[in-house]
Write a protein that binds this ligand. Structure first.
Ligand SMILES: Cc1cc2nc3c(=O)[nH]c(=O)nc-3n(C[C@H](O)[C@H](O)[C@H](O)COP(=O)(O)OP(=O)(O)OC[C@H]3O[C@@H](n4cnc5c(N)ncnc54)[C@H](O)[C@@H]3O)c2cc1C
Length: 436
């Protein structure tokens, strides 16, 4: 039976960064169920400056492709109103994520073996063995067994490693779909802006987006929608959204046939609690490390891979507190868990506003502070503020009162109480993350 010091499941952003940064004294096997790394990507690929800076330590910057973005635009429910927030520098890049992952796979050190087309099926733990984890994998229809000292679950939102290791699993998702279409945005400053559309018909929980990018030297638009998982993703909703954009003169499409399609689930329940034990660690989406409101998970996945490899190295050297310090270390260096908990609080607020048809009121409040929207929504240099604290200011009081009436008192006291309890719970987690 083959034996490795560490087996990593999933060659996405988290798994590849982990494998790249783990010290080379370990024998490492990286398992990927797809036939090749970076195929059929399930992401738009918007990367923040920090992601690009981190990745550019490993692969040449010109491999990223795409656009430099300085602004973000939010269009209100039913296409009413616009909040445009811009920064004097590039804070986001639209990229070719498949190409990034392929490039990362090429620069992995010799101690890392990659097996693509190989799916992790399950594992058993026997602490008394020298290699306590025995893994079952399927490759070309055959099942085989591999032993390892430690398994790292970077296998995404529906992590089989989490399930098999009795760790926490994601339970709340958005279902998303996106097509990449040759075409152009027809709005001023468009190529440097990403566009979000709240409250698109039939897409509760998120809405739609348009991202200008390039694909094989051609100008393209990435157009997508996301909604609560229970509503499933439907192609007809995407087409209806595209129709609205064309009718409003926001975009011109050279073809309605996408050159690429992306789709998948985004975890929106916030960071999971139980994500490690003596022989296993979850990273990235598998650990719920994705912005619960806006669904940005690339940067947390890269940071998790980088800090996670250091924690596993120390753990394998006998440091018993190395894994439990993982969150603190991620936070000290990148403020990532503070951001993720703020996003969780924002998601709770957002969900309740949707439930009570109050999104237009929130939009009204945010419009009064449009210049702060961008730093509040995205994780920018540790300065992100939460949507909740951004909405409280004097001028907004009448609108806020209306909003809270709808949120709690106006309905049943019970629902209001439940909402406040949720909010308080998320707030406590946020404070604990900030303290650590
Ligand atoms: C439509 C969409 C658009 C998005 N857009 C953005 C964006 O623009 N910016 C952003 O920051 N975030 C975005 N996200 C979120 C972001 O893509 C993820 O948070 C991020 O990719 C998570 O990286 P990861 O490495 O943890 O997991 P993943 O990228 O999901 O990688 C997991 C890997 O594990 C493999 N795998 C799964 N199960 C097994 C198994 N049993 N055996 C072997 N291999 C397995 C998968 O094939 C995959 O390659 C988007 C998500 C979606 C769905």
């Amino acid at each position: 039976m083959q034996k490795y010091d560490v087996v990593v499941v999933g060659a996405g952003f988290a798994g590849l960064t982990f494998a790249k940064t783990l010290p080379s004294q370990y024998s490492v096997l990286l398992l990927e169920s797809k036939r090749t790394v970076g195929e059929n990507m399930n992401t738009t690929g918007l990367c923040t400056r920090t992601s690009v800076e981190l990745l550019s330590r490993y692969i040449p910057l010109e491999d990223y492709g795409g656009n430099a973005i300085t602004g973000i635009s939010f269009t209100g429910p039913d296409f009413n109103g616009e909040i445009l927030s811009r920064l004097p520098f590039t804070w986001l890049y639209s990229t070719d994520p498949g190409k990034i992952l392929k490039s990362l796979a090429k620069v992995l050190p010799d101690n890392v073996g990659i097996r693509t087309g190989t799916a992790f099926l399950g594992c058993d733990f026997e602490p008394s063995r020298e290699f306590p984890v025995e893994i079952r994998v399927r490759s070309s229809g055959c099942v085989e067994r591999i032993q390892t000292r430690f398994i790292v679950g970077c296998d995404g939102v529906r992590s089989a490693v989490a399930r098999e290791s009795d760790l926490d699993q994601n339970r709340h998702y958005l279902a998303c779909g996106e097509g990449v279409y040759p075409g152009q945005l027809l709005l001023p400053g468009a190529e440097k802006t990403v566009y979000h559309f709240w409250g698109v018909d039939d897409c509760p929980g998120y809405g739609g987006w348009v991202v200008p990018n390039s694909h094989n030297g051609q100008r393209v638009l990435q157009i997508g929608i996301a909604n609560y998982h229970e509503y499933r993703y439907h192609d007809r909703r995407l087409k209806a959204f595209m129709n609205s954009l064309v009718e409003r003169g926001a975009i011109r499409l050279d073809s309605w046939e996408p050159v690429l399609r992306h789709g998948g689930l985004i975890p929106i329940g916030g960071p999971l609690r139980q994500t490690m034990n003596d022989h296993a660690l979850l990273l990235g989406d598998a650990a719920g490390m994705c912005g619960a409101l806006i669904g940005d998970g690339i940067k947390p996945a890269i940071i998790a891979g980088k800090i996670g490899s250091r924690a596993v190295d120390r753990h394998l050297h006998g440091d018993r507190s190395a894994l439990s310090n993982f969150r603190r270390d991620c936070n000290d260096e990148f403020g990532v868990f503070t951001y993720l908990y703020k996003q969780k609080v924002d998601r709770i607020l957002f969900d309740r506003l949707i439930e009570t048809n109050s999104l237009p009121l929130l939009f009204e409040v945010l419009s009064m502070r449009s210049e702060s929207v961008l730093p509040s929504m995205y994780h920018l240099h540790h300065q992100s503020r939460s949507l909740v604290n951004m909405t409280f200011f004097l001028k907004a009081t009448p609108t806020l009162l209306q909003m809270f009436w709808r949120l709690g008192v106006g309905e049943s006291v019970l629902k209001g109480k439940e909402f406040l309890q949720n909010l308080a719970g998320a707030g406590r987690e946020l404070m604990a993350a900030e303290e650590s």
